[in-house]
Design a protein around this ligand. Structure first.
Ligand code: ADP
Length: 381
């Protein structure tokens, strides 16, 4: 059996079930009606309690009531709806909500504006989140500014101290030279050996200072990507390292695809020089062997530099990619501990990854993964 309900009740039923807040006012901004959501959100038990009130009789603040009436007036005078604008509504000075409101002029049969229809949704949760994100972003910007200025101070400090440190080293170098030239013939073997140590020490110090400078400047210049032939690239690096390879009696096998990769050639050369140099250096095998390979998938290129050297003990929890982290400090393995941190910075700048797998005494493999999605600036090789 069908229940008969009159149009007004049906209309109120529809309005009460809309998951939104709805109200309508006359041309003096006096409430003519609303749905239950609206009445309840304003602290009334039914829509009838709202009828006949102005915004000044509602629980919002005076300023909000002024604003609501001002917008009503604009809509009624212009005859143009205002859709989805954001406003605030405070209930009894306690909780403030954010609303996304639309106000539409109501016309009679003669096309005269007789009031407005308003709807809104409560967007407080989203707005609070937005405001928090905004606040966090502002704090991050301040932090970023501070970090940038600390970084600039550090860079100046590194620059200044590096130049200041090179100066006394040059003095040591030239006086050692003079000492050798003038008194070399009078020196016994012990004195000559001591002099050799002084020269070796200052050469290492000079190299260390240069590496610190390189490390501090590496990400200061924009990276320019080129399309580089991987096979030629690796064989050029091996040619540069011929002397060290022969000195170590090492065998280097390279299985490099004849393909083009995207990278900044000069910087990537530093990475491979360092990794292959380490593979030769940290190696006490009778037959040092290094294998270099390149594989690819849809998204990336993967290089592996594998050695049969001393390996890296897993008991070291040092991150060897951090500056000055060295696991082997014996004189047989000279170095500064900066090489791998330079490699990591360069690989990071390429949007890539660098990591190693190793077992102490059984050798190490260093991996470099470079993403393929990099805009190319030039073609080289
Ligand atoms: P450096 O070679 O100047 O010591 P790196 O930053 O290049 O500095 O390397 C950091 C440390 O990582 C090295 O001191 C060494 O202990 C370890 N390491 C790097 N490469 C290898 C390798 N191929 N085999 C064994 N140990 C390695």
């Amino acid at each position: 059996m069908q229940t008969k309900i009159d149009n007004n009740t049906l209309m109120q039923l529809v309005l009460n079930n809309i998951p939104s807040f709805v109200f309508w006012k006359d041309d003096n901004s006096i409430y003519l009606g609303c749905n239950e959501n609206f009445a309840k959100s304003a602290g009334f038990s039914s829509p009838e309690d709202v009828v006949g009130r102005s915004d000044y009789d509602m629980p919002w603040s005076q300023e909000e009531a002024d604003f609501f009436r001002k917008v009503d007036k604009e809509v009624m005078l212009s005859g143009e709806a205002q859709i989805n604008f954001e406003e605030q509504q405070t209930i009894n000075d306690k909780s403030t909500r954010w609303l996304r409101t639309s106000k539409i002029p109501l016309y009679d049969d003669q096309k005269n504006v007789i009031g407005i229809l308003g709807t809104y949704e409560d967007i407080t949760a989203r707005k609070t989140m937005e405001l928090e994100i905004h606040q966090q972003n502002a704090e991050l910007l301040i932090l970023n500014d501070k970090l940038e200025s600390i970084n600039m101070d550090l860079e100046h400090l590194v620059n200044a101290s590096s130049h200041d440190l090179q100066e006394p080293l040059r003095t040591i170098g030239s006086f050692v030279g003079l000492l050798e030239k003038k008194y070399g013939s009078e020196m016994d073997d012990k004195a000559k050996e001591y002099l050799k140590y002084i020269k070796g020490g200052s050469a290492r110090m000079s190299k260390l200072i240069k590496q610190i400078l390189t490390f501090s400047k590496i990400d200061k210049v924009d990276i320019v990507f080129e399309s580089v032939n991987a096979k030629k690239f690796i064989s050029n690096i091996l040619r540069d390292l011929t002397h060290s390879i022969n000195e170590q009696n090492a065998v280097v096998e390279s299985d490099i695809l004849d393909i083009y990769i995207n990278c900044q050639q000069v910087r990537m050369e530093m990475v491979f020089h360092n990794l292959i140099g380490n593979a030769l250096k940290f190696n006490n095998s009778q037959n040092p062997k290094i294998s270099i390979s390149l594989t690819e998938d849809d998204k990336s290129w993967l290089f592996e530099i594998k050695d049969n050297g001393i390996g890296i003990s897993n008991k070291f929890d040092h991150n060897i990619f951090e500056p000055f982290k060295r696991l082997n400090t014996q004189a047989t393995y000279p170095g500064s501990g900066i090489g791998l941190s330079i490699c990591k910075r360069i690989v990071d700048m390429h949007g890539g990854e660098i990591w190693y797998e190793s077992k102490e005494g059984e050798g190490s493999s260093f991996f470099i993964k470079l993403p393929k999605l990099i805009i190319m600036n030039e073609q080289v090789g």
